[in-house]
Write a protein that binds this ligand. Structure first.
Ligand code: ATP
Length: 352
């Protein structure tokens, strides 16, 4: 086990702005840290610099307080699990899993023991003699995990390891990986663009945007106390509703007839205000509501996502709509006019 530290790490491909810009991040011994952010934000590049697959132009990467920045991947004791699994097609599952150990000089018998142990953890014992082409997607993914596990590395680096699985398998596999990591206690850095994966798997989650670290915190903290509007809008599904460029007058902003009171900490005169889909109350229009026309109703079984377009055109939420999450028992229809309010005073988010 090991701690990992990114110390002001930078990688610039010469495209105008660095792909990773002075990233500083400390990851604890045994921690499951998720790097999350939209496509191109620098997640994979950060992970590759940790694994030694990408040169570090400035800053340092430390594993267990030792600077490994100049070391080859093999000399870092890090195991990488790739999105495409990178299995050897001509080798059996057992050979794929034992390959790195045999290469490192481990005896046949010891390799077989290590492979058997990992295979039983991953429920692969039955398929050890098969080639990758004769496996399901989920089994291939587990072989890729197995290859990393048998090495007992200091750190697991995982780059979108679930992205090739169908939605249902992704959900069950993410729980398996999280449980396995807890059982092994191996420090893990996990890259995904999926905020649900990040929230459910990580001890802590680091949110990146345009190569810059936005916030690193426990999932619950990111959700309840985002540092900025980007993090607020990125974490949560459906996304938080954000309205930009609102003028604060008498510590109040107005969304149509709806007045929202600013917390005392807000000092700016122009703000972005956010309300999560579940924090709205959907009611009948009255003088003090944000009145909208229902544009779309998405039924998900237990709940519904109601897309509402403000009647007052000066109210311009991002995406043009306010999304409201309600119970499936409520009866709503496209074309209805509704009034929105926020019953809980502390359910609004304010950003400068
Ligand atoms: P995705 O989720 O799409 O994989 P990411 O967050 O992992 O994205 P990176 O792959 O780290 O992002 O890429 C960050 C930025 O660096 C992007 O703008 C990308 O185009 C650029 N980049 C990555 N690798 C190279 C390379 N070898 N040469 C030039 N530019 C690169």
């Amino acid at each position: 086990m090991a701690s990992v530290e990114f110390d002001s790490v930078t990688r610039d491909f010469g495209s105008g702005r660095p792909a990773v810009d002075q990233l500083s991040l400390s990851i604890g011994d045994g921690e499951f840290l998720v790097l999350v952010g939209p496509s191109g934000c620098g997640k994979s590049t950060s992970l590759r610099m940790l694994a030694g697959l990408e040169p570090i132009q400035a800053g340092r990467v430390l594993i267990d307080d030792v600077d490994v920045s100049g070391r080859a991947p093999k000399a870092r004791d890090v195991a990488m699990v790739f999105q495409n699994y990178a299995l050897y097609p001509n080798m059996t599952v057992a050979e794929n899993m034992g390959f790195a150990l045999r290469n490192a000089g481990m005896s046949k018998a010891d390799t077989a023991t290590a492979v058997d142990e990992a295979a039983s953890m991953l429920e692969l014992t039955e398929v050890l003699g098969r080639k990758p082409s004769a496996l399901s997607g989920g089994q291939r993914q587990r072989v890729a995990m197995g290859r990393a596990i048998v090495r007992r590395p200091k750190v697991f680096c995982m780059d979108e390891p679930l992205s090739n699985l169908d939605a249902k398998l992704r959900v069950s596999t993410r729980a398996q990986i999280a449980a396995l990591q807890r059982r092994l206690g191996t420090t893990t850095v996990y890259v995904t663009h999926d905020q649900v994966e990040a929230m459910t798997m990580g001890d802590r989650v680091a949110v990146l945007r345009d190569g810059l670290l936005q916030q690193v915190a426990a999932p619950r903290t990111l959700y309840l106390d985002p540092d900025n509007a980007f993090v607020a809008g990125f974490m949560g599904s459906p996304a938080m509703n954000l309205v930009d460029d609102l003028t604060v007058l008498d510590r109040t902003v107005h969304l149509g007839g709806l007045a929202l009171r600013a917390p005392s900490a807000v000092s700016s005169t122009t703000v972005t205000v956010g309300v999560r889909p579940e924090s709205w109350e959907l009611t009948t229009p009255s003088g003090d509501t944000l009145d909208c026309r229902i544009d779309l109703v998405e039924e998900l079984g237990a709940e519904q996502f109601v897309h509402c377009v403000p009647l007052d055109e000066t109210v311009a939420p991002r995406g043009g709509k306010v999304v409201v999450r309600i119970d499936h028992r409520r009866s709503v229809a496209v074309g209805d006019t509704v009034g929105l309010r926020v019953p809980e005073d502390d359910a609004t988010y304010w950003f400068d």
